[in-house]
Unconditional design. Structure first.
Length: 68
């Protein structure tokens, strides 16, 4: 799924998804032939987890610590 679909499904904004990739919170997404991000099942699991931790009041850094 592309970043828009991943954002809608996980309730994490596309901007936040790109930020999480940039800081290494999640692995960089695979790219399609047209260089669009493509997210799989494992990526979606991590994004859902990040959304839940953020809803509980964790910072981005704390969310990363919990993921690790």
């Amino acid at each position: 799924m592309n970043i828009g679909e991943a954002s809608k499904a996980s309730k994490v904004s596309a901007k936040m998804i790109r930020c999480c990739e940039q800081i290494g919170l999640i692995a960089a997404a695979q790219r399609t032939a047209s260089d669009h991000r493509a997210y799989g099942h494992a990526d979606m699991h991590q994004l859902h987890f990040i959304r839940r931790t953020r809803d509980l009041g964790c910072s981005v850094a704390e969310s990363g610590d919990l993921l690790n």
